[in-house]
Design a protein around this ligand. Structure first.
Ligand code: BGC
Length: 335
């Protein structure tokens, strides 16, 4: 009799333990959908996966090359019933329909690096201070060209990122806020006259598109020895192709910005080819985002430091914004 009771007890215990195990692993499953369009996204993805796994989460990380592919992957990721979904959006406006499914399933959604627009299904946003990034770029040009003290005239051409990414608009707008007055005084001269976002944009942030544009600018406006003193580049990937093209034509290295602290950009800064990059430390963003994920999964309030800036058209998405910093020849060797 005692043996029988013990056997039943052990059986029940096994059922309870295996049930708990299953439940806790289901509860700690994170689905991630990132672009694979630039090297920085690969680093973000690897860093997220490793940090989450170290914290005991299981991770389904999916990279996509196009917006359609990414929306489809998000739909499939939701079929896996994750306890949290993290999206680095290729097109910030493409998720309205698919995120209804997240809402129905009560899966919390975190927008990573780029805001997701026109839906209330996005719960939180983990990013850098994207307005500060644009300003920092503008201020670097202002100081390096001594514009406040009347420096110039300098020829400058302007590049922006992908139109479907809200960050690209914020970077450009906030850089231009600093630079615009100097176009008015004639200290900065844009020979192409291409100064609005649409004409400066780089579709999909694809550096091949930026290469086509710099070639055409140089062929048309700098074909008779006119110097191009400065180029506003929205990230390192694009700075790389602009520098490559100018070098191939034997032109002087311009004052040029970048973003992401890509290893290739760090090497160019060391070699005196790229002036600076703005670092968005992937480990910093990852650690903040992972804390956010843990909080939502565990049903507690994540730490937030901005509740007003990122109105996505439907609601102001509560955000944690990390602080970026500049790397140039002055501090590149400390990296
Ligand atoms: C990110 C940049 C990145 C760019 C291209 C932007 O949304 O903020 O860090 O270089 O996308 O992927």
């Amino acid at each position: 009799m005692i043996k029988k009771v013990l056997a039943v007890f052990l059986m029940l215990a096994a059922i309870i333990v295996s049930g708990c195990g299953e439940e806790s692993s289901v509860d700690r499953k994170v689905a991630i959908a990132f672009p694979n369009t630039t090297p920085s996204w690969q680093r973000n993805g690897d860093s997220m996966k490793k940090t989450l796994e170290d914290e005991g989460f299981t991770v389904d990380l999916q990279f996509s090359a196009t917006s359609d592919e990414q929306v489809k992957k998000v739909d499939e990721l939701l079929d896996g019933k994750p306890s949290c979904l993290v999206i680095g959006a290729i097109d910030g406006e493409a998720f309205v329909d698919v995120l209804n499914k997240a809402k129905e399933q009560q899966v919390p959604v975190i927008a990573f690096d780029r805001i997701i627009k026109n839906t209330d299904a996005v719960n939180y946003y983990a990013s850098f201070d994207n307005e500060a990034i644009g300003e920092a770029m503008g201020e670097y040009f202002e100081a390096a060209l001594n514009l406040k003290n009347g420096g110039g005239p300098y020829n400058i051409e302007l590049f922006a990122g992908g139109p479907s990414d809200n960050n690209a608009h914020l970077f450009f707008k906030n850089s231009m806020k600093i630079l615009e007055p100097y176009f008015k005084t004639g200290q900065l001269v844009c020979r192409s006259g291409q100064m609005d976002f649409d004409r400066c944009a780089t579709a999909d942030w694809n550096s091949a598109n930026a290469k086509t544009r710099i070639k055409s600018l140089l062929d048309t406006y700098y074909n008779a020895g006119q110097p191009l003193h400065a180029v506003l580049s929205p990230n390192d990937d694009i700075a790389g192709v602009i520098l490559e093209e100018m070098k191939a034509r034997g032109m002087q290295t311009p004052l040029i910005s970048g973003l992401d602290a890509d290893p290739a950009a760090i090497e160019r800064i060391k070699a005196g080819q790229q002036t600076f990059t703005v670092s968005k430390d992937p480990d910093l963003l990852t650690s903040k985002c992972v804390r956010m994920i843990k909080a939502v999964v565990e049903g507690t309030e994540p730490s937030i430091n901005d509740v007003t800036t990122y109105n996505n058209g439907v609601k102001a998405v509560p955000a944690y914004l990390c602080t970026p910093y500049i790397i140039d020849k002055g501090n590149v060797n400390n990296q």
